[in-house]
Design a protein around this ligand. Structure first.
Ligand code: ZN
Length: 371
């Protein structure tokens, strides 16, 4: 899987830092830990030795990672940086540094499943050259033996390719469908269709999982549903903000702190206003940003008499007023931060995720932006 989003710094919430692979940070989603526990528990009843089981799991993990590297590699060839890869229990997810054009999206999405097909061919070719039995009995797949571990990895890669080619969000096939449709239909109509197909697929898998009963499938279905819903919402957000400048959504009535103010002054301002983020000024220029969390942390660590200048965030996010709002939505959604809207060095307004969601709500009810 792969997701087009903008990310400049920090990782996605709910993920643990993993490792770097060819300069791309790989992070583990917390639910990934649940999968490991599930596999360890189910392994207790398994007939095969733990060593070959572990080998199979490591192979599977590597296959998913190589799938994501396939996206990242073709993305690089298209001039798109991959900002991070997140490993979920149902597979990986690559975040791209910018929105993709249909042809780029088609190629980047196709690259992942193509890697899995190539891997399974490679595995079967190796088995053939070693005179190993490529065909496995269905009973071997259900009750794996030591001998079938390599063959299972080959089949698992075919399953990974097939599953990811399903034409529904958030699968790669859904992205390919969206890209193909957007040649003939408006882009967000194409996205909505792919997202709807994703939700239908998730519901079908969940129903099957409940009836079978295979509760792992219900778990998978939940992730597919959430992914599809997220993509649908992102598409709606894009439609509502496309072509609208950042300044139309920013907060223009706000309070600021002076760099000589103390944490106590900041705490009083936090109480007396509804604001959570305060620009810190020094002779008319913005020198930093003090958010609620940073303020509380400083209060606990340094006490109320510390100066805001010592704790404020100097590396704040600043946006130009005429930037397209649609382009910065993913950045705001991911970081959950407050951004300062600045014209050169002049502070014009604040853009927070709160006032951004209010802006989207008003747009949805037909309110025209004041540009
Ligand atoms: Zn993929």
């Amino acid at each position: 899987m792969q997701l087009a989003r903008t990310s400049e710094r920090g990782g996605t919430a709910g993920t643990l830092r993993g490792f770097n692979l060819f300069g791309v940070p790989v992070r583990l989603h917390f639910t990934f830990i649940l999968l490991v526990i599930y596999l360890v528990v189910t392994d207790l009843g398994s007939h095969q030795t733990s060593a070959s089981y572990a080998l199979f799991l490591v192979g599977l993990f590597a296959s998913v990672l190589l799938h994501e590297m396939g996206h990242a590699f073709v993305g690089m060839r298209c001039g798109v940086r991959t900002t991070e890869i997140i490993m979920f229990p149902i597979g990986g997810l690559s975040r791209m540094a910018r929105m993709l054009r249909p042809t780029e999206e088609l190629l980047i999405a196709l690259a992942g499943p193509a890697v899995n097909v190539a891997l399974s061919f490679g595995i079967f070719a190796y088995m053939y050259s070693q005179h190993m039995a490529v065909s496995v009995q269905l009973s071997d797949l259900l009750q794996p033996t030591e001998a079938s571990a390599v063959a299972r990895l080959g089949y698992a890669n075919l399953v990974l390719a097939g599953f990811n080619l399903l034409p529904a969000f958030p699968m790669d096939g859904g992205r390919m469908l969206r890209a193909l449709l957007s040649y003939i239909r408006p882009e967000d109509e194409a996205t909505r269709l792919a997202a709807w197909l994703g939700r239908m697929l998730a519901i079908s898998i969940a129903l099957y999982g409940l009836l079978a009963p295979q509760f792992m499938l219900v778990f998978f279905a939940m992730f597919i549903y959430l992914g599809a819903a997220q993509e649908g919402a992102a598409a709606t957000g894009r439609t509502l903000t496309q072509g609208i400048p950042v300044r139309a959504a920013m907060m223009t009535e706000f309070r600021t702190l002076d760099h000589g103010n103390t944490i106590r002054d900041a705490a009083n301002l936090l109480l007396s206003t509804s604001q959570q983020d305060f620009p810190v000024m020094h002779s008319g220029q913005v020198v930093g940003l003090l958010g609620r969390n940073l303020l509380l942390k400083a209060l606990a660590a340094d006490g109320p008499d510390a100066y805001v200048a010592g704790v404020m965030d100097r590396d704040f996010l600043s946006l130009e007023p005429n930037l397209d709002l649609a382009g910065i939505l993913p950045l705001m959604a991911q970081s959950g931060r407050c951004a300062l809207v600045m014209d050169h060095n002049h502070l014009l307004g604040l853009l927070t995720t709160d006032n951004l969601s209010e802006f989207l709500l008003l747009r949805r009810f037909g309110m025209e932006p004041v540009v």
